[in-house]
Design a protein around this ligand. Structure first.
Ligand SMILES: [Zn+2]
Length: 411
């Protein structure tokens, strides 16, 4: 499987302005190829190979198109075709999708290479904090080596990107070995967990662990303060530009903190368990009230799930996505469904008398559904078939910080 390592990049001024200039030209090539694609007859759409060949004609007509690496230009064109495929896939799945858009200045911010002959790595920088990287037609610059930089021929792809904050980053896409996942029949029930995507807590597990929502109030305060200052600046002035960067930085700090938190939570889950059952939010994103749906969206759940699956592959853990409808209504002890308004925090079953925390009950249902789902292909006498214990483990509220400590930052 592939994984992406991201590094802070420090470009000398001349290299930075050259790189940004080339990225802007790649944007124009990309826009031109999009127009070329859509203006072609329905029966005769060009493939990426066709457009790679046309590139020579385009360079002949607009010599500026010859400024970036030809290879990088082909990459920008190939990206369109991969985006078109994604759009087709979504259309086939019933989504209402539009066309690829023309991209304005600043909307296209990266250059990508996928042949080892297009880059060099130099470790001899006189220190171990930095490593030098060279990209074809752009030149040499430093990247901060917070982790081991792979050898040039171990890298599948290099992407240089200028963020809206003005900072540069390099992403190295590398191949890593995927660990074997344990046989489902070998997984013990103790190593399985159901995770409820919470309303009052960030997650609640079937082991009755709840993890608090990340407190971002300081970060949000800072962001709105910078935004207010920005609104007062004269449009286009130097101060305006500086303030625009500060706003982008404040926003990115929030994003980074959330991402970091999600990394730690997901790492903790996949290290702690062999099987994690979660609600599949793609199936029914709008659960319960619209406020709830909004909260869930705010918490970037779909990314959390993507991260969880990504980590699970790295650590050899199973992730089972289950149908989310009714997980809070159903009784985890007897299976009878009872309607509960969102403010009722306790599950109390009129059928069997079982009572427990609403989120814990939901997490148990999620685990049950996950076990049932994988149980389909299993033999009759595996421990997984055993019903879950109905006794309630002692509820433990986990401070986000503790998870952060338990979760290793390695992946
Ligand atoms: Zn019941």
């Amino acid at each position: 499987m592939q994984t992406t390592l991201r590094f802070h990049a420090y470009l000398p001024d001349d290299v930075a302005s050259e790189a940004w200039l080339q990225i802007n030209i790649l944007r124009q090539i990309r826009n031109h190829a999009v127009r070329d694609y859509y203006s072609a007859d329905y029966t005769d759409k060009p493939s990426d190979y066709d457009q790679h060949k046309k590139l020579s004609d385009w360079v002949g007509r607009w010599p500026v198109f010859g400024k970036p690496s030809r290879h990088a230009a082909q990459q920008a064109i190939s990206q369109i075709h991969s985006d078109l495929e994604t759009l087709d896939g979504r259309r086939d799945n019933g989504y209402n999708v539009g066309q690829l858009r023309w991209q304005g200045h600043g909307e296209f911010r990266s250059v990508s290479y996928n042949q080892a002959s297009r880059w060099n790595v130099d470790h001899n920088t006189g220190g171990d904090r930095f490593v030098r990287l060279r990209l074809e037609k752009i030149g040499w610059f430093n990247i901060r080596a917070d982790r081991v930089i792979p050898e040039p021929d171990e890298i599948n792809r290099v992407i240089l990107k200028k963020e809206t904050t003005g900072e540069w980053f390099v992403s190295l896409v590398v191949e890593v070995d995927e660990p074997e996942k344990p046989e489902l029949s070998e997984v013990s029930l103790d190593d399985c967990v159901g995770v409820d995507l919470g309303i009052t807590s960030y997650i609640h597990t079937s082991d009755n662990l709840s993890v608090d929502t990340l407190d971002l109030s300081d970060e949000y305060d800072r962001y709105s303060r910078e935004q207010r200052k920005f609104n007062r600046k004269e449009h286009g002035s130097n101060n305006w530009e500086n303030q625009r960067r500060k706003v982008a930085k404040a926003k990115r700090r929030i994003k980074r903190k959330v991402l970091d938190y999600q990394h730690k939570l997901t790492t903790w889950l996949v290290r702690e368990y062999d099987l994690v059952a979660v609600e599949d939010l793609d199936v029914k994103p709008m659960l319960e009230t619209s406020q709830n749906a909004k909260n869930k969206q705010d918490a970037a759940w779909s990314r959390f799930l993507d991260l969880l699956e990504y980590k699970a592959d790295l650590h050899g853990t199973h992730v089972v996505r289950v149908e989310p409808a009714g997980t809070t209504k159903e009784c985890s002890a007897c299976g009878v469904s009872t309607h509960k308004p969102i403010w009722v925090r306790e599950h109390s079953c009129p059928a069997c008398g079982h009572t427990e925390d609403r989120d814990l009950n939901a997490a148990k249902n999620i685990l049950n559904r996950g076990l049932r789902k994988i149980g389909a292909g299993r033999s009759e006498s595996t421990p997984m078939q055993t019903a879950l214990p109905t006794s309630t483990p002692h509820r433990e509220a986990v401070d986000a910080k503790r998870v952060v400590e338990v979760g290793s930052p390695e992946a």
